[in-house]
Design a protein around this ligand. Structure first.
Ligand code: A3P
Length: 266
């Protein structure tokens, strides 16, 4: 952890970097793949050259042997809270694509991830984990703070705020938004090609996107696959009525005054 911290605190952003920022389990890998397809002009072979976490390195994560040297223009991802973002991203006015997902689906996805990704402490029961999530006592801290602070970011950097639910509803429309934000244009066929390659089904079977390149001792996909369900509203099969009421009351307090509108189902 200390090494990771030292690494990202000395990280130097370049003006043509593109940062994908998310709270964990909000569609990071998905948008990373969409961005890679755009940057590689839809060339599937190029997008298969390395696992997702090497093609779009995680700012705060580095381990021996991990190749994170990508040529400019770089795609970089982060889960850091805005306050921890290295200042050079702001100084260089780096473009940021933020992806947010509704808190209930994030909590469910995160619980399953905690169980399979062994770097995390044992999450305990779902009920315990949900309390910790609501308290922000999980890796990368409070979801409520993350989505709000990044959302308030205007002025110093260029930010496109996307929602997982919108991507599920209409990926093509969201890809067009991204292209406009990047000031790029692609043919209709190319956009369709990217839409097709970044479906849940395609990404689940893509070894360069589905994290199966990570050893089982670190991520045990028999416990829960990284590409788990990929839907909106899975929380309904997990939350009890009491948990849902408790969550909603807490949510209303934490999100009071916030203009962001999350969709719990499509
Ligand atoms: P679930 O656990 O709900 O299935 P992240 O990449 O930020 O860690 O997010 C992982 C979540 O995004 C997982 O959610 C995963 O299944 C989902 N996901 C990944 N690729 C997806 C895709 N192409 N379509 C829909 N969901 C996707």
């Amino acid at each position: 952890l200390l090494i990771s911290f030292l690494w990202f605190s000395i990280f130097q952003a370049w003006p043509d970097d593109l940062l994908i920022s998310t709270y964990p389990k909000s569609g990071t890998t998905w948008v990373a793949e969409i961005m890679e397809m755009i940057y590689q002009d839809g060339n599937l072979e190029k997008c298969q050259r390395a696992p997702t976490y090497e093609r779009v390195p995680i700012l705060e994560l580095k381990w021996p042997g991990l190749s994170t040297e990508t040529p400019a223009p770089r795609l970089i991802r982060t889960h850091l809270q805005l306050a921890l973002l290295p200042q050079s991203f702001l100084d260089q006015k780096v473009k940021v694509i933020y992806v947010a997902r509704n808190a209930k689906d994030v909590a469910v996805s995160y619980y399953n991830f905690y169980k399979m990704a062994k770097g995390h402490p044992e999450p305990g029961t779902w009920d315990n984990f949900l309390e910790k999530f609501m308290d922000g006592q999980v890796s990368f801290g409070s979801w409520y703070q993350h989505v709000q602070k990044w959302g308030e970011l205007d002025g110093p950097i260029n930010l496109l705020y996307l929602f997982y639910e919108d991507l599920k509803e209409n990926r093509k429309r969201e890809i067009r938004k991204i292209l406009e934000f990047l000031g790029r244009s692609l043919s209709e066929e190319m956009v369709d090609h990217i839409v097709q390659h970044t479906s849940f089904k395609e990404m689940k079977k893509n070894p360069m996107a589905n994290y199966t390149t990570i050893p089982i001792e670190i991520m045990d996909q028999n416990i829960s696959p990284f590409m788990r369900k990929g839907i909106v509203g899975d929380w309904k099969s997990v939350f009890t009525v009491a948990q849902n009421e408790h969550f909603d009351a807490h949510y209303a307090k934490k999100m009071a005054g916030c203009k962001l509108k999350f969709r719990w189902q499509l």
